[in-house]
Design a protein around this ligand. Structure first.
Ligand SMILES: [Zn+2]
Length: 80
């Protein structure tokens, strides 16, 4: 038995009496209710994002692969 923090609502709960648990990125999280577990399972990164790199990854748009003419050729010249 150990007191753990429900990452969804921030409540201190006993892992033995937790309503549910989920594993995310190698860590087990415990929840006070099924509702909290469901919220966590739906989008765990919202609650675990203590890692700054994770938040950055979420806030930044995906890198766009801009088409770049590699050799100054027009696109139709590549088909010759
Ligand atoms: Zn909760």
């Amino acid at each position: 038995m150990a007191m753990v923090k429900d990452p969804v609502c921030g409540m201190e709960i006993d892992s033995d009496t937790a309503a549910g648990s989920s594993e995310y990125q190698g860590t087990t999280y415990y929840f006070c209710s099924e509702g909290c577990k469901h919220d966590f399972d739906t989008s765990p990164w919202k609650y675990v994002g203590s890692g700054a790199e994770l938040k950055e990854a979420m806030s930044e748009p995906p890198p766009v692969m801009a088409p770049k003419p590699a050799s100054g050729k027009k696109w139709w010249e590549f088909w010759k």
